[in-house]
Design a protein around this ligand. Structure first.
Ligand SMILES: Nc1nc2c(ncn2[C@@H]2O[C@H](COP(=O)(O)OP(=O)(O)OP(=O)(O)O)[C@@H](O)[C@H]2O)c(=O)[nH]1
Ligand SMILES: [K+]
Ligand SMILES: [Mg+2]
Length: 375
């Protein structure tokens, strides 16, 4: 019997052989759909498998956010972890020094960020080579992937790693597609475009949906630039994870200044040399920016806020989220909040639960129990 890896290889080679033109695009679309299905199957636990095929390492999440260090062997992942946290992960010149996930804690701006040092991955990781699948599963649970690359190695390394992550449903620095899909029990297919699409058409979507045995559904494509890959991502949405990625080139001590300058100007990119201690703090600053964490200082009535102790919430959080992170039941007695800082139109601004906070805001929660304010 042909196994899934072989089926995947067959489809990939057929896709490579097939010339891309108007006449073949429907067929290519179907192949892409099949490929996505097989890849998802590959990650599902097989019969009798102890741990699910996609299981990560047994490290529980802690702190305010998690960063995963992903990269080929010996690019300096463990060196970086040992530099920015108190954890020492073994560093050595040979490949696969690190064999499991090593967590460290990065303290920054009053937040505690868990940094996971992971084994190096190699090409074919998505198909189960080495510890690739475990590494990728751990990466999937992170809030930010820091892809460590060796500045002295060939440029394709980045695309190769991206392809491995892509193959298991990780989408880097992308927003979920603006396509609505609702599977129904009856009523046939209803496909609508809110503007004339540039690459998709109704027949293409129809073919792919049929191939997925989705015969009754409602589709609304809200983005005129939506692609077939994005449409498949929407069908496979339970297997897709959208994560931010910061590309970090290490070992810049081994490249020319010209080349360094070019690398440093790429989007979502930072450069460093752990060995010479160059740029490491800039990388940490960029991680913080990418995580979009927000520090909120709580204040009691009549007392100055304690700026030494911040409450850490996600970017886009509201006063309701702030309440929840202080105490589960706080919002039950919530009357209003007073806000000083960038999110306030005037200071202090009196706001409700829906008000969105900004970094370094000072917040005072006023509740129904007289005199209640927090912390
Ligand atoms: N030249 C140079 N060497 C570095 C730098 N950072 C790390 N190294 C060296 O690169 C080698 C590999 O470093 P590790 O930190 O073990 O790499 P890793 O990515 O954790 O490797 P695996 O765990 O095997 O995947 C070691 O010999 C380090 O001393 C750097 O900035 N410049
Ligand atoms: K190593
Ligand atoms: Mg290592």
């Amino acid at each position: 019997m042909v196994n899934i890896t072989e089926k995947i290889a067959e489809i990939e080679s057929e896709m490579k052989r097939t010339q891309k033109n108007k006449a073949t695009e429907y067929h290519l679309g179907l192949l892409k759909g099949k490929l996505a299905r097989y890849r998802a199957q590959l990650l599902e636990p097989g019969p009798g498998a102890g741990a699910p095929g996609g299981a990560g390492f047994d490290v529980s999440k802690s702190g305010d956010a998690r960063i995963a260090l992903v990269g080929f062997p010996s690019v300096g992942k463990s060196t970086f972890l040992s530099k920015v946290t108190k954890t020492k992960s073994i560093v050595a010149a040979y490949s696969f020094t690190t064999l499991t996930a090593i967590p460290g804690v990065l303290e920054y701006g009053g937040a505690e960020i868990q940094v996971l040092d992971l084994p190096g991955i190699i090409e074919g990781a998505a198909e189960g080579k080495g510890r690739g699948r475990q590494v990728i599963s751990a990466a999937k649970t992170s809030d930010l992937i820091v892809m460590i690359l060796d500045a002295g190695k060939r440029a394709e390394q980045r695309a190769l790693l991206e392809a491995e992550l892509e193959a298991v449903g990780i989408r880097l620095n992308q927003e979920p597609p603006n396509i609505y899909l609702k599977v129904k029990k009856a009523g046939g297919m209803k496909i609508t475009f809110s503007a004339p699409p540039k690459t998709l058409d109704e027949r293409m979507l129809y073919n792919i949906l049929r191939d997925y045995r989705i015969l009754n559904c409602e589709v609304l494509v809200r983005d005129e630039n939506a692609t077939i890959d994005q449409f498949i991502d929407v069908i496979m949405k339970d297997h897709r994870t959208y994560i931010k990625c910061l590309y970090v080139y290490n070992k810049i001590d081994s490249v020319s200044l010209d080349f360094l300058d070019r690398l440093a100007h790429e989007p979502n990119t930072a450069v460093m040399s752990c060995e010479l201690d160059l740029g490491v703090m800039d990388v940490v600053d960029k991680c913080w920016e990418e995580l979009r964490l927000i520090r909120v200082y709580t204040k009691r009535k009549g007392i100055d806020p304690n700026f030494g102790e911040a409450l850490i919430v996600r970017g886009g959080s509201s006063i309701e989220d702030v309440c929840d992170s202080i105490h589960r039941t706080l919002k039950e007695s919530f009357k209003y909040a007073l806000v000083w800082g960038a999110s306030a139109r005037h200071v202090p601004q009196r706001v409700g639960l829906a008000h969105v906070v900004a970094d370094e805001d000072v917040v005072s929660i006023v509740g129904t129990k007289s005199g209640l304010s927090v912390k």
